[in-house]
Design a protein around this ligand. Structure first.
Ligand code: AMP
Length: 597
């Protein structure tokens, strides 16, 4: 335990020598944030100087910030999509990056309904690994003894496809779990999982979850922390336990694995670890057959010290449910990352969710910050102001703009962050929100245009009965697991003798789902992380009442616009009290791993 005091860190006394090195790295990198940023930019520009993209902007070999900023435009995905498409189609020339693009990471952000394809290069895995390696040393500062037990983490791979040019396209975590960095990670007593690789790497989500849950139950007393990437994933695991505890308990009682688990690698692994344990089986059954599941997590895993899940951003909606199932265990939001790039970590991971700030690590990419929230639109004459990492101001909101080693230059990520302070000279950010996201249950992100398009498509089905949708709004209902989209419709039925039937309205639900982006549809079909979409028809005049309510609370009558998404309880109560009928999608929308375009 005692660590050489020369290695002691300003963050706190490290738990072991390895942690001391990690904390020292954080200290040095954040202390020299500006110099590190300058080096990162110079390295990216020097290495990629001969790429088609950089040559186009005539940098002339310059690697300094001033030239870079004066010559390169700030872009969005759509600006660079033609180059990305060429790479996807098989063009191997250095278009964006001098290093070969090794694969595409499929973002949960979409463009024209399909996941955005983020180029990546082999060495990015090392950079991601480096960030991961900093997480436990920080956690060990706050929670002692994590080497005395294990983590029950529900981790999954998702399906992957190949682009027309033969490059893999898959989510970043699938890429990471399938990499040697993860599969052959050296033993680290602070980072031992109950889930075997065989289960994490099983492409069948049922078999994967079943095995991970079974292993978690078998080792329930060793479990010191419980997690999933996002809060929605952990709740899905709890729901899985609700549905399958009886079979799980049977397996433990008899020491035999359910025949539903057919994956040979899992069966082989479980043959080694699954032993008859009637006492544990009775315990699981006793706890799970109770009506009341409040505090189930701490009842089954009594030594859990915290939940390791992201509950910031869109995931904050799950905090009350997590508290219910865990008896208020702390939530640790450890890192902030994306398919484009991993950004940083939370240096105070046991803080309250509302106080979470992520420290951006200056070695990960070159970061710029576009001022946000000034209210005025940017014009040619007053372009957006971008500042460097160390120049952001506490209290201000910015949109994150990145330049990566893999070849995204001055790329707008779409995340809005507020500066809360600094660690040394590296700023810390509260994640405010993702731009333009109206509805989100899991990793799906539905914007206003997508919702509008879905409503338009669905309402065409009403034409036969001479009915139209006069107003609508929406709500992400997370009271059930999985959560689902609720769309409130006010209808104009022009022929009272021929109102739309239940079947037609059910089909409208499905038509809306068909119109939503592929991340939504994958959540419905493959991940089972989103429940059937619901349309609640409200009585005529409801949206006028909604406006009256908003005006009574100070909204301007001239500027009032129907909110396309609601989550304020009195408004929900008003809408729900006016519901005349509710309809659900009768089947699953279409989804395959292949892209529609
Ligand atoms: P993806 O590209 O699908 O990997 O999603 C990345 C996005 O997820 C980020 O740009 C954020 O909008 C969101 N995200 C990632 N980490 C966090 C976090 N710790 N808190 C809130 N949102 C996050």
């Amino acid at each position: 335990m005692a660590v050489d005091s020369a290695l002691s860190s300003p963050l706190g006394p490290p738990a072991c020598e390895k942690d001391a090195k990690a904390l020292q790295f954080i200290e040095e990198t954040t202390r020299n944030a500006d110099a590190v940023q300058q080096e990162v930019l110079a390295a990216i520009l020097a290495r990629n100087a001969n790429t088609e993209y950089l040559k186009r902007f005539k940098l002339g070999g310059a690697t300094d910030r001033t030239t870079f900023k004066s010559k390169l435009p700030v872009i969005t995905y759509e600006d660079v999509q033609p180059e990305i498409q060429r790479i996807a189609n098989g063009d191997r020339s250095p278009i964006l990056s001098a290093h070969p693009i090794s694969e595409f990471l499929t973002s949960s952000g979409t463009s024209a309904g399909e996941r955005k394809l983020m180029p990546t290069i082999k060495e990015e895995l090392d950079r991601r690994q480096l960030l991961y390696s900093l997480l436990m040393p920080v956690m060990n500062l706050y929670v002692p003894g994590l080497d005395k037990g294990k983590g029950l983490y529900f981790l999954f791979i998702k399906s992957e496809t190949k682009t027309p040019g033969g490059l893999l396209a898959r989510p970043v975590l699938t890429s990471y779990y399938k990499s040697d960095h993860f599969k052959t990670r050296p033993y680290d007593p602070y980072n031992v999982y109950t889930s075997p690789n065989e289960a994490i790497l099983c492409p069948d989500s049922f078999q994967s979850m079943y095995t991970q849950m079974l292993c978690g139950l078998i080792e329930r007393k060793q479990v010191l922390r419980l997690g999933a990437v996002f809060a929605s994933g952990l709740l899905r695991a709890i729901r899985f336990l609700q549905l399958h505890w009886s079979q799980l308990s049977h397996d433990i009682r008899t020491g035999t694995l359910s025949p539903k688990i057919t994956d040979p690698a899992i069966r082989e692994y479980m043959a080694m670890v699954l032993k008859r344990d009637p006492e544990l089986a009775s315990f699981v059954s006793q706890e799970c057959c109770k009506e009341n599941w409040e505090g189930i997590i701490t009842r089954i895993w009594p030594n859990t010290k915290y939940l390791d899940v992201i509950v910031t951003g869109a995931m904050a909606q799950y905090i009350p449910t997590l508290n219910y199932y865990s008896g208020g265990l702390p939530h640790a939001c450890t890192m902030y990352a994306s398919s484009e790039c991993y950004f940083g970590l939370n240096l105070n991971p046991m803080c309250k969710p509302s106080e979470v700030s992520y420290t951006i690590m200056p070695n990960m990419a070159y970061f710029e910050f576009m001022e946000h929230g000034t209210g005025s639109e940017f014009t040619r004459d007053s372009p957006p102001k971008l500042v460097d990492l160390v120049d952001v101001e506490v209290g201000k909101e910015y949109e994150l703009v990145i330049t990566t080693y893999a070849g995204l230059y001055r790329y707008r990520v779409g995340d809005i962050l507020r500066v809360t302070g600094f660690h040394n000279s590296a700023p810390q950010f509260h994640f405010v929100r993702r731009k333009n996201v109206l509805l989100s249950i899991d990793s799906d992100k539905t914007d206003e245009a997508e919702l509008q398009n879905a409503v338009e498509n669905a309402s065409r089905l009403l034409a036969d009965c001479n009915t139209s949708v006069v107003e609508y709004t929406s709500y992400a209902d997370t009271k059930t697991i999985p959560g689902h989209y609720v769309i409130y419709w006010e209808l104009l039925v022009k022929d009272a003798s021929n109102p739309p039937s239940k079947e037609v309205l059910n089909r409208c639900c499905l038509e809306m789902e068909e119109s939503l982006n592929s991340v939504y549809r994958q959540g419905r079909v493959s991940d089972h992380s989103i429940g059937p979409l619901e349309i609640r028809v409200v009585r005529n005049g409801t949206f006028e009442e909604l406006m009256d309510y908003a005006i009574s609370r100070g909204a301007s009558i001239n500027q009032y616009k129907v909110p396309r998404c609601v989550n304020f309880t009195p408004i929900m109560e008003l809408l729900d009290s006016r519901v005349v009928s509710a309809h659900f999608s009768p089947s699953l929308p279409r989804w395959t791993p292949e892209r529609r375009r």
